[in-house]
Design a protein around this ligand. Structure first.
Ligand code: C2O
Ligand code: CU
Length: 456
C-alpha cells in the first residue's frame, strides 16, 4: 500500500510542473474571492427566498490554456452565498439546467426529512425541472449545500455553495471571512478528467490546484492587530486541509453545529471534507510583511503524511498603524451534554475488493444493500463507528448533530474516524425520517460507504 503514497507524490510533482501559475497575472484579493450573496426575492424581514439555477458554465483556472467547463449554481464556483437568520423562513427554488438529474443537500442543517435533498426521499430533479426547498434554520453556523446524486462527479465539477445562518449574538470581530476550500484536478487543456484510477478512488479525488472560494493562491491583506474571524468549510472530494499560518495560533471558536463553550488554540487547523471550523486570531506580523498560509500534509493512510506542504494563500500585513487592544473571546454559552447511553449501535467501516472492484463498506456491505439502523423517534443513542481500514474516513450524519465521546464538547455532523480506530457518537434522534450517514470522501460514499438511519 506504500506504492499509493509514492504515486501520489509523483502525481503532485507532475501537477506542479505543468501547473505553473500564469505569468504576470495579479493574485486574487479579498474582493476577488468574496462570495456573491444570493439575491433575496422576499422583502419580508424574516423570510428569505432564493432562486438557484444549476447549469454549465466556463471558468478559467490560472494553470490552463483554455477555460474549463464547470457545473455551477448560478454559473459560479462556488455558488452564491445564502444568508439567513435563525428562525427565518428560507425558501430555495432549484432549477436544474444540467444535462443530468441532481438534488440539493443542505449539509448540517437540521430540517424536515423531505427537504434533506437525498434522492430516495425527494426523487431526483430531472433536467428542466425545479424543486422547492423550504425550511427554517434552527441553528447559527456555517453550512453548505451540494448535490446528493453522483456527488463525486457533480461536486468536483463545481456544484457547492455556503449557507451562513446568523444567531442573535455573534462574536464581534474587525473582519469576517467565509472561506470555502477546495481543490480541482484540471488538465493543462482545461478539461476535468472523468476517469478515476484506483489511487484516486482509494484516497478520494485529489486536485492539482488548491482553491479558496474558487480562486488559486489569493493574497489576503490584513490590518495588523485586527481581530479576524474566519469561517471555513472543506468542499473538496478527497483532500484534507491542514492549515498553518506561521506566527499565529488559530483559536477554534466553533465547529459544524455552532459555537463551542470553550475555545481552544491550535497551531494547525485540520479540516476533513464536509467539516466546518470557525476560528479567530489577531493578525500579527511586521508592516508590509507577507506570510504563507500553508496546507501541510496530514497522514490519513497510504503515506499521505509525506506529501509536500502546499501554498494555499499569502497573507500580507498592512503598513498602517495596528489596531490596539483586541482580545480573543474567552468562553461562550454552555451546550447541553447529551447523556451517554450504552453503545446501542455499532457499524464498521471497511474496504474490500468485490468482483475485481475496490469498494468501501459498512458492516461488509455496500450502499444500497446496507440494512438501515432503526431508532425510535426522540431516543438518545450512541453509535459506535469502528474503522477497520488503513485510511481515515470522515463520517457524516444527516439531520442531527452528535457529540464525540472523549473529544472537546461540540456539536458535530462530520468527524474524522482514523484508520484502525473507533469513535462513539451520541445524538438525540428527534426528527422522523430516513437519514443518511456516509463517508464524506465522495468517491467512498459513491462506491458503497453509505447507510441509513430510520427514525420513526
Ligand atoms: Cu455533505 Cu450526505 O453530505
Ligand atoms: Cu472514506
Amino acid at each position: 500500500m506504500r506504492t499509493v503514497g509514492v504515486l501520489l507524490v509523483l502525481a503532485a510533482a507532475a501537477g506542479c510542473a505543468d501547473g505553473e501559475e500564469r505569468q504576470g497575472a495579479p493574485a486574487p484579493t479579498w474582493d476577488d474571492i468574496a462570495l456573491t450573496p444570493a439575491k433575496d426575492l422576499d422583502p419580508a424581514p424574516n423570510a428569505v427566498a432564493i432562486e438557484l439555477e444549476a447549469r454549465t458554465a466556463k471558468k478559467r483556472y490560472p494553470t490552463t490554456r483554455a477555460a474549463t467547463e464547470v457545473w455551477a449554481y448560478d454559473g459560479r464556483v462556488p455558488g452564491p452565498l445564502i444568508e439567513a437568520k435563525v428562525g427565518d423562513a428560507l425558501a430555495v427554488r432549484l432549477t436544474n439546467l444540467l444535462p443530468e438529474a441532481t438534488t440539493v443537500h443542505w449539509h448540517g442543517v437540521r430540517l424536515p426529512n423531505a427537504m434533506d435533498g437525498v434522492p430516495h426521499v425527494q426523487g431526483p430533479i430531472e433536467p428542466g425541472q425545479s424543486f422547492d426547498y423550504a425550511f427554517t434554520p434552527e441553528d447559527a453556523g456555517l453550512f453548505w449545500f451540494h448535490p446528493h446524486l453522483r456527488s463525486d462527479v457533480q461536486v468536483e465539477k463545481g456544484l457547492y455553495g455556503a449557507l451562513v445562518v446568523r444567531g442573535e449574538s455573534e462574536p464581534k470581530s474587525d473582519h469576517e471571512a467565509i472561506l470555502i476550500l477546495d481543490d480541482v484536478r484540471v488538465n493543462a487543456d482545461g478539461t476535468l478528467p472523468e476517469h478515476l484510477d484506483d489511487e484516486q478512488l482509494m484516497l478520494g479525488r485529489h486536485g492539482n490546484l488548491l482553491l479558496v472560494n474558487g480562486q488559486s493562491r489569493p493574497e489576503l491583506a490584513l490590518r495588523r492587530g485586527s481581530l479576524e474571524r474566519w469561517r471555513l468549510v472543506n468542499a473538496a472530494n478527497g483532500r484534507f486541509f491542514n492549515l498553518r499560518l506561521p506566527g499565529h495560533t488559530l483559536q477554534i471558536i466553533g465547529t459544524d453545529g455552532g459555537l463551542v463553550p470553550k475555545p481552544r488554540g491550535v497551531e494547525r487547523l485540520l479540516i476533513a471534507p464536509g467539516e466546518r471550523y470557525d476560528v479567530m486570531f489577531i493578525a500579527g506580523g511586521e508592516p508590509g510583511e507577507s506570510v504563507t498560509l500553508w496546507n501541510d500534509p496530514y497522514e490519513r493512510g497510504h503515506g499521505t503524511g509525506s506529501d509536500e506542504p502546499m501554498v494555499l494563500a499569502t497573507v500580507r500585513f498592512g503598513t498602517e498603524a495596528p489596531l490596539e487592544g483586541r482580545q480573543l473571546p474567552g468562553a461562550f454559552a454552555d451546550i447541553e451534554q447529551l447523556p451517554t447511553a450504552e453503545n446501542d449501535f455499532q457499524i464498521e467501516l471497511g474496504e474490500a475488493f468485490q468482483g475485481g472492484d475496490l469498494v468501501f463498506t459498512i458492516n461488509g456491505k455496500t450502499w444500497p444493500d446496507v440494512p438501515p439502523l432503526m431508532i425510535a423517534e426522540g431516543a438518545t443513542k450512541t453509535l459506535s463507528v469502528s474503522n477497520v481500514s488503513d485510511m481515515a474516513h470522515p463520517f457524516h450524519l444527516h439531520g442531527f448533530f452528535f457529540q464525540v465521546l472523549g473529544q472537546p464538547l461540540a456539536w458535530k455532523d462530520t468527524v474524522i474516524v482514523g484508520g484502525h480506530s473507533k469513535l462513539s457518537l451520541v445524538a438525540r434522534y428527534d426528527r422522523p425520517g430516513h437519514w443518511m450517514y456516509h463517508c464524506h470522501l465522495l468517491e467512498h460514499a459513491e462506491h458503497g460507504m453509505m447507510g441509513e438511519i430510520h427514525v420513526e
